[in-house]
Every structure is written in C-alpha cells, then in structure tokens.
Design a protein around this ligand. Structure first.
Ligand code: KIV
Length: 267
C-alpha cells in the first residue's frame, strides 16, 4: 500500500516520534520522481539551482521566475514528498512583496511551503505570511544569499554570542509562525540545542546529527558536483549501481542515523 502524501502535520509528528526526516533538493520532474520514489519526505526546490543548474558562483542572481519554473517542474514529478520552494534573493524585502512572491510559488509553482533565509529582521515577513496561512520554513546559520556580506561560505555560530543570537532568532521566527527551521553549517552543539529548544521540526545541512532531519543538494549526493565540496557532503553514487539506489541509500542512512558521520560535522 502506498504511503499518504507528507504534509506539515506529518513533519511535526515525525519530530514528536523521533523519526528522522529525509530531505533532498530537486530541480526538475525526472529527478523529483526519482527522489520521491526513494522515500524522500521533503523535497526542496532550492535556489542552489543558481549554482548547480545555471552554473553561477552564488545563489544571488536567481529570480522568482526561475523558482516558479523549476517548482512547476518538480511538482509534476512528486507523489508523496512535501514540496518546499525557496524565496530567492530580494524577493521578500517587505511583507507585501514577500506575500506576492510566496503566492506565485504556491499558485503557479505548486509549492506547499516557502523557505526564506531569515534572522530577527525577517520576523515581520514571517508573521505576514503566516497571517495569510502560508507555511514557512526559516533558514538560519549560513545564509548563502548573504554570502557577499558574510565574506564567504563559512560555518556560523562558533562563538557563544553568535550561537545565542541564532537560538534567539530561531525562537523569534518560530514565534512569528515558522512551521519548520533549516540550519546550515553550524556546530553540532548549536544544532542540537536549537532542535531541543524549539517545538517545530529542525532540518540540518552540516548541522550535525542532533536535529530532526537532514537535507543535501541532490547533485552532491549523486556525485555530479565538481570541485571542492563542503565537509557535510557525501557522494552516495560512489557505492551505488544506479541513481535510484544512491538516493535510497541516502534516505536509509538518514533514517538509521548513519548519516551524518563525524567526518561530516562541525565543532
Ligand atoms: O538552496 C538550497 O538548496 C538550500 C539547501 C542548501 C538547504 O537552501
């Protein structure tokens, strides 16, 4: 019997039950079908598409039109997984613009939740989206859209002040109505503390084993991405005979908590 589609309550129930949430990115219908059939719970149409699909150096040039187009493609390939779409750089400068961008991603793209890179400054944006019943994932830690301000793709929350600020931001965004948090590139301890403090599911990418779920960029999991890769990446194609087997191995490793290993984590 096939499992019912994942929704926002399923994700909350998985956190409560301690069942790890397996997430991957996808950018088109064929790969969406592949990751869905592998048992992925949540699929993100990430603005990482700017780097892995469009060949750019950062996610900054990605537009709402790009995101709507790729979200439409992915939505056609999914049967069970929950579909989240990224709000690209400068598409949520104020509450009304954020609402317009989110409506396009949901109405035209078919997204079930939108993700924005946020700290305390995005609280009123999240509140506005929540007032309109738009499910929101707030992305904390390393925020790639801010790469030029941060000065590179760096681990975040390594000192006590930064870690405390991130925890405060997580609580503020949850208070504003965020349904899911995503933490990128933070020490294990910061990931686990935020996970234990908030009540919503926390998905990590380079946030250690102590969070509620893991996400990776699909092209990293399939060994497509070239060059120097972040520490948290694992190429599941290295030991698989097919793309489907590699995706299934990733999902199994998240579920049985063998991914991430110590070699994928930050302290
Ligand atoms: O854009 C993206 O793919 C992301 C993941 C790295 C979480 O935000």
């Amino acid at each position: 019997m096939s499992s019912p589609p994942v929704n926002v309550s399923t994700l909350a129930d998985m956190k409560a039950a301690g069942e790890p949430i397996a997430c991957l990115t996808a950018y088109d219908a064929s790969f969406a079908r592949l990751v869905d059939e592998a048992g992925t719970d949540l699929v993100l149409v990430g603005d990482s598409l700017g780097m892995v699909v469009q060949g750019r150096d950062t996610t900054v040039p990605v537009t709402v039109d790009d995101m709507v187009y790729h979200t439409q493609l992915v939505s056609r390939g999914l049967r069970r997984a929950f579909l989240v779409a990224d709000m690209p750089f400068m598409s949520y400068r104020n509450p009304n613009q954020a609402l317009d961008s989110a409506v396009r991603l949901m109405q035209e793209g078919g997204a079930m939740m939108v993700k924005l890179e946020g700290a305390a400054g995005q609280v009123r944006i999240v509140e506005h989206l929540t007032q309109h019943d738009i499910p929101v994932c707030a992305h904390l830690g390393l925020r790639p859209q801010s790469v030029h301000k941060i000065g590179g793709f760096k681990v975040q929350g390594r000192n006590d002040n930064d870690a405390q600020r991130m925890l405060d931001d997580a609580l503020a965004l949850q208070g504003a109505g965020a349904d899911v948090l995503l933490l990128e590139c933070v020490p294990n301890e910061v990931g686990a503390t935020i996970r234990d403090t908030v009540s919503v599911p926390v998905i990590g990418i380079g946030a250690g084993p102590g969070v509620d779920g893991q996400i990776l960029v699909l092209y990293d999991v399939l060994g497509v991405t070239q060059g120097r890769l972040p520490r948290f990446v694992k190429n599941y194609m290295a030991e698989a005979d097919s793309l489907a087997e590699a995706c299934a191995a990733y999902v199994a490793a998240v579920k049985n908590r063998s991914y991430p290993g110590a070699e994928h984590c930050f302290s």
